[in-house]
Ligand binder design. Structure first.
Ligand code: NAP
Length: 352
């Protein structure tokens, strides 16, 4: 039987982190949840519900990634830290340095600064992304059968090319740099693909929820680009974090992807029959020349279209299965459970 731990989860109110918190509570652990604002009930109501369901196990703290020392109090008495908080937008933000990179990079440095000041933390788990492993699909060598591996590193040093991928890459590298400077705590990084699956909250600001809503509301009806995503269930990604925090032998980086699919194949796994909504899912793929033409209007720069559309990319998930013990859910279960939650919570009407 696993002994009870006290574990800090940053960004606790987020889409992924809420499941990590819920699984830790379910397993009997004490959880410190760091949120940006304790007064914004719309963002944290689902955590308040978890407090009611698990009395005495979950304590919430206010902390901001951009304030040095902000996580010191939340970290007191914790032996593990799971650092998920980092902004993730589908669209390129107006000021990528301020909106994406600083919270990701400075936030990681601040959280790890608190870890260094604490005396109790022995393990840090950082939520990274497959975006920290490769730049463009066309660069993932045919020699590797288009398969991204855990020892790959995104070589992009240009914040303007893909600001989100850049933010995840530099944040992870900063974390490894800080880890190597000391010996008390070790680091495990989790690299999920595109996360879907039911949300524990009714928030619609998470990119995973926004993308699923776009599939359902017809945003992609005229066709999707031939882009490959590594799809994975939010509950499996949460389990990967819990395992990475608790298994002493967990080490280094883990790709967490259930299945590699083209965008159109993702739509083909969605079943809308009997749900009472019109089927506005994409039925085909837009040709690459069209994507090249209209891509910039949709937030896809032409250089991105040229290097990614039509280029397959696959992910090697073996280590997550053999070392973290993940048994991935079927993608159709993930997507259809997500659709049901969106409809049950009436989220389609809340998103323009
Ligand atoms: P999310 O729901 O938007 O969660 C992001 C969290 O970061 C939110 O809780 C947010 O706080 C917090 N945050 C942002 N800026 C902050 C700041 N300045 N100070 C404190 N907290 C701040 O998105 P998610 O999908 O769960 O993402 C969680 C992690 O998974 C991120 O590191 C993301 O890069 C990674 N990831 C996501 C996917 C995916 O497909 N969703 C794939 C790979 C990796 P609030 O609650 O106050 O907004």
């Amino acid at each position: 039987m696993t002994s009870t731990k006290t574990i800090l989860v940053t960004g606790a109110a987020g889409y992924l982190a809420s499941w990590i918190v819920a699984q830790l509570l379910q397993a009997g652990h004490q959880v410190h949840g760091a949120v940006r604002s304790l007064s914004d009930r719309t963002k944290i109501q689902h955590l308040l519900d978890l407090i009611d369901r698990h009395p005495g196990q979950l304590t919430l703290f206010e902390a901001d990634l951009l304030q040095p020392g902000s996580f010191d109090t939340a970290m007191q008495g914790c032996t593990e830290v799971i650092h998920t908080a980092s902004p993730y937008f589908l669209d390129q933000p107006k000021d990528p340095m301020r909106e994406l990179v600083q919270p990701a990079l400075e936030g990681t440095r601040n959280v790890l600064g608190s870890v260094n000041r604490s005396t109790s933390v022995k393990r840090v788990v950082l939520t990274s992304s497959v975006a920290a492993l490769y730049d463009n699909a066309c660069d993932v060598g045919a020699a590797a059968q288009h398969r991204v591996q855990e020892n790959d590193v995104n070589p992009n040093r240009d914040i303007h090319r893909n600001a989100y991928a850049y933010s995840k890459t530099v944040a992870e590298q900063a974390a490894w740099d800080l880890q190597r400077q000391q010996q008390r705590w070790d680091l495990v990084t989790i690299h999920p693909g595109a996360i879907f699956g039911p949300s524990l909250s009714k928030r619609v600001d998470a990119s995973s929820v926004a993308m699923m809503v776009q599939f359902l509301n017809g945003s992609f009806r005229t066709g999707v680009p031939a882009l490959w995503l590594g799809v994975v269930d939010v509950r499996d990604v949460a389990h990967a974090h819990v395992q990475a925090a608790l298994l002493p032998a967990a080490r280094q980086r883990y790709i967490v992807v259930a299945k590699d699919l083209r965008l159109l194949e993702i739509a083909q796994h969605m079943h809308l029959g009997g749900l009472g909504i019109a089927n506005k899912l994409p039925r085909g793929e837009a040709p690459k020349w069209l994507m090249w033409l209209i891509g910039p209007l949709l937030g896809l720069p032409r250089s991105y279209v040229a290097r990614n559309v039509g280029h397959p990319v696959y992910f090697n998930n073996h280590r997550s299965q053999s070392e973290l013990g993940l048994q991935y859910r079927a993608v159709s279960d993930t997507l259809n459970a997500h659709i049901r939650q969106i409809l049950d919570d009436q989220l389609l009407v809340r998103v323009p």
